[in-house]
Structures are given as C-alpha cells and as structure tokens.
Design a protein around this ligand. Structure first.
Ligand code: NDP
Length: 494
C-alpha cells in the first residue's frame, strides 16, 4: 500500500496554548488517534486564567495603534499571505486532521483546499469593502454608514472538520478587523495551533490570533462568559449550543450558532434514480457521516423505493473502511470509541422501533482495524418518523430509509425533526422542484445535488440547527456591527 509522506511526522506532538505569539504551557491533555489507539498529541489543558490571558492579549492587539491603522486593503494583503502559507503547509495540516479525526487523508486534504478558498474569499471581501450614505433626509444632514469590527471574537470549533471550520470563521474575522481567541475541540487541536502560527508568519500582529486548548466546560465557558469578548461564533451540537446561548445571555454577548442537522434526501419518482443514489451515498457517508449536513435520511417515493434502495446498497457495498493514510479508504475511524457506542445504541434503538437492517451494522471484520473506533457503513430500512434513528442526529455512517406516497407527505416527513440545516430534493420536474424547495425548512436546499457549497455562498441553519451565517458577505458581516456617523452642517429647522 502507498503511504503518504506526511504520515511519517513524529508523534506525539506537544503543544502549549498560542497566546500573544508565544507558547504557554499547561498540564497535558492527551489525544490518542482513533484509528490506531496510538498517542499522537499532547495539548495544554487550559484554565479560565489562560482564557483571560488570551482575551487580554487579543483586546490589547485589537486596540493597538498598529492594528487600528491597518486598512481593509492592507488586511486583504495579509490574508493573501495567509492563503499562500496555508496552501504551502496544507499537506501537514491535512495529516494532523486525518490523524486526530480518524478521517482519510485525501479528504482532509480536500478540506484544506476549501479552507484556502475561504481565505481568498475573505481577502476579496476586505478588498472591496464599501459603506453607504444617506443623503436625502433633510438639507444639511448627511449620514455615512459602515461596518465596524466587533472587537474580540471567540471561535469555538467542533472536531469533525477542524481546519476547515477554523477557516470558515477566522479569515472573515480578520478581514473585518477583529482579534480572536480560538477554542478547538479537545480531540483535534493541532491544526488550529498550527494555523495560528501561520497567521503570525503571514504578518498579522502577534496577539491578534490566540488559541487556548482544553475542555469545553472550562475553556469554552470561560470564553463565552468573558466580558471583553463581544461575539462568539460557535459550531457544535445543539445541546452545547443551548448552554452557550444561556451563558451569552448573561454577558449580553452576540452569538452565531451553527448546530446539528438531520438532512433528508427526498427522491421523487421522476428523478434520475442513479444520480440520486450516488448523491445519497456520498452525502450520507462522506466524513464517516460525521458531518452536520450528512444525508442521514433517505425519503423515497414508494413506487421507486426498491430500485433506489438496491442502487444505494450496491454503492455502499463498494465503500472501503480503512486507515487514514490508506489512499483507498472511503471512510476512516469515528472520533472516539465512546462515539461508536452512541452509534451502536442508536442503530439498535432504530431496529427495536421496527427498522430493518439492510446493510452493515457493527465494526468491520478486518484485523488491521481492530484497534480503532471503526463502524461499517450501515443502511436501515422501514424507519418511521417516530424512530430515534429518524429524529436524532447519529453523526456516524448510518442511513435510514423511509417511503412516502405523495409529495405532501415527503415534505411533512422532511420537516418533521427539530433541525433545519439542509435538505436535498431529487426530481426532473423544474416547476415541482421550485415549489417544493420553498416548503423545505432548512438554511440550504439542494436540488439534484447534495453537500455542495462555495466560500461565496452563506451557510447556516434554522430551527434547532441554529442561526447566523458563515462564508460570503454574510459570514463577514457576523464579525461586524453596523455603525452610522451623522453630520449636521445646517441648523435643524423647527
Ligand atoms: P460539541 O457541542 O460537543 O462541542 C463543540 C465545541 O464546543 C467543542 O470545542 C467543545 O469543547 C465546546 N464546548 C463544550 N461544552 C462547552 C460549553 N459549555 N461552553 C462552550 N463550549 C463548549 O460538538 P462536537 O465537537 O461533538 O461536534 C459535533 C457537532 O457539531 C454535531 O452536532 C454537528 O452537527 C455540529 N456541527 C455543526 C456544523 C454546522 O455548520 N451547523 C458543522 C459541523 C459540526 P470540547 O470538545 O473540547 O469539550
């Protein structure tokens, strides 16, 4: 088997926090690779004091004359430098994520390439920044309006796309002129720490981007509660998002919350069934199903269900579960052995509720995977809307299948969960696609595709999937406040 050279990086790596351009040590927090069980990294286990030091460094750098005098055009130049540096180091960053998440390296490399595109997008936004003016209100009264950086922003990251989600937030914050403190997941902190070093190397002032590692209840909470943090961009589960929102209410801090999802792929009888099957399998099993937009529910017209399910199972049977550095792996390990237990529990609950195991279930049999947190791609049929498999986010390689008799039932089923992140609709009928897509409750609706996107397109959810948007101009706006400056050059006439 061909192995990638990056997999030879020395482990375990040791990191301190990244504060004001320096490494700050702390008690070790160990990370074992979920695919092999080997110790790969030791980060510092942060405290509220470490968060305070990082936020104060960010606040001081944000307020410094040097940063306050850095124009948006100059920030764009620095972002260009950062894009070049991330591209130069993308293989190393991808390998850190592959090892710590357990995902195949080739997909981690794809994440980094998307990340570079976000940095370039943010640079383009900074380069073309414009304000507004109000000139017709009354004589001698003119108003200019623009977007000002919020100040210090806290970025709280999940473990499934560590570098990519960092790069969906960080460049937009920098383009806006903010300073940041990043709190990565305790399982996958290496790439955020490496990215912070690259930000400093790109020419941003040390202290503008800081990283504090450690656990959510200690480091994450302290960041949300810190009085100098003016905006928190959180990506994670809906349960944790709720506690972030409650804490932010106490400190009156604005938040953007990108939370869980339960994407439905609605396949109508007139769809290109092979294309739909291909899309469903990609959407459900990419990143081992550990994706907020994972197409975990297939809703299919009863008249074509047999054909679509057969096409899906044929494709699922061809997926290879393997080690992250195996170039043929389609799925890697799940994040943690405890997470495998959660997936097993939900599949068991779905079968106890009347579901029928159509493919997979359990760990793969291969001996070389025995030390890792692996779970086979799994398909469960005859799942009804009350089943936990239909309602709860599995966050693993599990697809449930539910049939419907007409389009109204399909839309009701798709919308029948607490989530509203993304849905897919498969049909050849443009008129139906248009009207039905308007009835799907989600921040993103894909028609004849799934898991698509671009740094130019804002992304985010509704309902239990949260609020706020990332990427594009809306993602930039999240890190700003709208400000007006009002000039009166003639006395007001009473
Ligand atoms: P978690 O909610 O468990 O954790 C997310 C982050 O929050 C981690 O850094 C975690 O720290 C931290 N955290 C935990 N407790 C607190 C707290 N009390 N205050 C502040 N921060 C805290 O999510 P996962 O990491 O398990 O990620 C998976 C989830 O993320 C899924 O639900 C998925 O759908 C969602 N997600 C949503 C996306 C979207 O765009 N809508 C995209 C990607 C994922 P630590 O882990 O160190 O304890």
């Amino acid at each position: 088997m061909t192995r990638t050279i990056e997999s030879d990086l020395t482990t375990p790596r040791t990191f301190g926090h990244h504060v004001a351009g320096r490494s700050l040590t702390g008690p070790p927090l160990q990370r074992f690779a979920p695919a092999t069980g080997v110790l790969v990294a030791e980060y510092a286990d942060g405290s509220a004091d470490d968060v305070d030091a990082a936020v104060r460094a960010a606040y001081a750098t944000f307020g410094s004359t040097r940063w306050q005098r850095t124009s948006a055009m100059a920030r764009a130049e620095l972002l260009d430098n950062l894009a070049a540096l991330v591209a130069e180091h993308q293989k190393k960053l991808a390998w850190l994520d592959a090892q710590e998440v357990g995902k195949p390296y080739r997909f981690a490399l794809g994440d980094l390439q998307q990340g570079v595109a976000h940095v370039k997008q943010a640079a383009a936004i900074a380069r073309t920044l414009r304000g507004e003016s109000f000139t017709g209100i009354s004589p001698g009264y003119s108003v200019i309006a623009d977007r000002r950086p919020v100040g210090v922003a806290g970025l709280i990251l999940p473990w499934n796309f560590p570098a990519l989600i960092a790069l969906q937030k960080l460049p937009y914050a920098l383009a806006a002129g903010c300073a940041v403190v990043i709190k990565p997941s305790e399982f996958t902190s290496s790439s955020a720490l490496e990215l912070a070093r690259l930000v400093d190397a790109a020419g941003f002032p040390p202290g503008l981007v800081n990283v504090v590692t450690g656990t959510g209840p200690v480091v994450g909470s302290a960041l949300v509660e810190h009085p100098l943090v003016r905006y928190v961009s959180f990506t994670g589960s809906t349960a944790t998002g709720r506690s972030v929102l409650k804490a932010a209410a106490d400190s009156v801090t604005r938040v953007g919350v990108e939370l869980g999802g339960k994407t439905a792929n609605v396949v109508l009888a007139d769809a290109d069934l092979e294309a739909a099957a291909e899309g469903v399998v990609f959407g459900a099993f990419a990143n081992q199903g550990e994706s907020c937009v994972a197409s975990s529910r297939l809703l299919v017209d009863r008249r074509v269900a047999k054909e679509v399910v057969a096409a899906v199972i044929k494709r699922v049977g061809q997926l290879k579960v393997g080690l992250p550095d195996d170039p043929h792996s389609d799925l890697g390990a799940l994040i943690h052995p405890h997470h495998v237990e959660k997936v097993v529990r939900l599949v068991d609950a779905g079968i106890a509720a009347g579901g029928e195991l159509l493919h997979g279930g359990g760990a793969p049999g291969e001996e070389h995977l025995a030390a890792g947190a692996f779970y086979q791609p799994t398909v469960v049929g005859a799942v009804d809307a009350e089943s936990p498999l239909f309602q709860e986010e599995v966050f693993g390689p599990v697809l449930s299948v539910t049939t419907f008799d007409d389009a109204d039932e399909a839309i009701a089923l798709a919308n029948n969960t607490p989530y509203g992140l993304a849905h897919s609709l498969w049909t050849r009928d443009v008129e139906r696609a248009f009207s039905l897509s308007n009835r799907l409750e989600a921040g993103t609706v894909w028609v004849n595709t799934c898991s698509d996107g671009s740094p130019a397109i804002p992304f985010g959810g509704i309902k239990g999937s949260g609020f706020g948007r990332e990427a594009g101009p809306e993602g930039f706006n999240e890190f700003t406040e709208y400000r007006t400056v009002q000039f009166r050059t003639e006395r007001r006439q009473n």
